[in-house]
Design a protein around this ligand. Structure first.
Ligand SMILES: Nc1ncnc2c1ncn2[C@@H]1O[C@H](COP(=O)(O)OP(=O)(O)OP(=O)(O)O)[C@@H](O)[C@H]1O
Ligand SMILES: O=P(O)(O)OC[C@H]1O[C@H](OP(=O)(O)OP(=O)(O)O)[C@H](O)[C@@H]1O
Length: 212
């Protein structure tokens, strides 16, 4: 009998799509899984334990090895720069990161303010662009910042573009496309290689099938 495999799952919007993908790949996740408030769910039928974390924290749980594998948005991977392997693009929860602001905001003066939930990513991006900016870290409702004069521009996720549109903001530059990834702790990959390879193969087959 092989060891139990612990998987860190992001709560919130990625969760549902990730669960669907796992079920399609043949992992027998019980119906209670879908709307439980439990943070640790054992699935003995799959020889797995699931831990439910805040999306931005998934790479941390995997880096420290309390989870062998995890599902993480590419945005969190770029922001957190954790020491984990990214083994598969699950192609779920697609969106992108962009710079946005009020029309005309790109002409603002020296050291403009940029609000974001992704301070490391935003710092790196503007450095690469050769532009000096002041980053203001916010935790949500990023689009509010330029509307009330807290920031000149924002770096945030865009999906349908509805939040930008309904707040009179315009997209200035696309930074990077985002999807969720299967990530693995490097030590777990050595110790539980057969189990993890099997999981990657099963999920990769479903991702391939789902391709349009
Ligand atoms: N429209 C979208 N807005 C935000 N994130 C999206 C969107 N579409 C896909 N994602 C993915 O979902 C992840 C965020 O999920 P979610 O919004 O549930 O968590 P959160 O940012 O912690 O939200 P909250 O703080 O509101 O709980 C992002 O890391 C990104 O990879
Ligand atoms: O392009 P759209 O389809 O409008 O999606 C993008 C919006 O969704 C996310 O916010 P979320 O709903 O997670 O709330 P938050 O601002 O509190 O993070 C993101 O930060 C944008 O605000």
């Amino acid at each position: 009998m092989s060891d139990i495999l612990t998987m860190a799952m992001p709560k919130g919007r990625i969760f549902e799509e990730a669960v669907e993908l796992l079920r399609k790949a043949g992992f027998p996740l019980p119906p209670e899984f879908d709307d439980s408030r439990k943070l640790i769910v054992d699935v003995p039928e799959a020889n797995m334990r699931f831990i439910l974390a805040k999306p931005m924290d998934v790479p941390t749980y995997v880096e420290y090895g309390v989870a062998d594998v995890g599902v993480a948005g590419k945005d969190t991977m770029i922001e957190e720069e954790r020491d984990v392997y990214e083994v598969l693009d699950l192609k779920i929860s697609a969106c992108y990161l962009a710079v946005a602001g009020l029309p005309g905001c790109e002409k603002k003066g020296i050291n403009p303010k940029v609000a974001s939930k992704y301070p490391n990513l935003a710092t790196k991006y503007f450095k690469e662009q050769g532009e000096q900016v002041e980053i203001i870290k916010l935790n949500g409702s990023i689009e509010l910042a330029p509307l009330v004069g807290l920031a000149d521009r924002i770096v945030d996720i865009v999906s349908t573009g509805r939040t930008l549109r309904e707040n009179g903001l315009v997209e200035l530059e696309k930074i990077v496309p985002i999807t969720s990834r299967l990530i693995v702790n490097p030590v777990s990959y050595r110790m539980k290689d057969a189990q993890i390879d099997e999981m990657v193969e099963k999920l990769a087959a479903v991702v391939e099938e789902e391709k349009v």
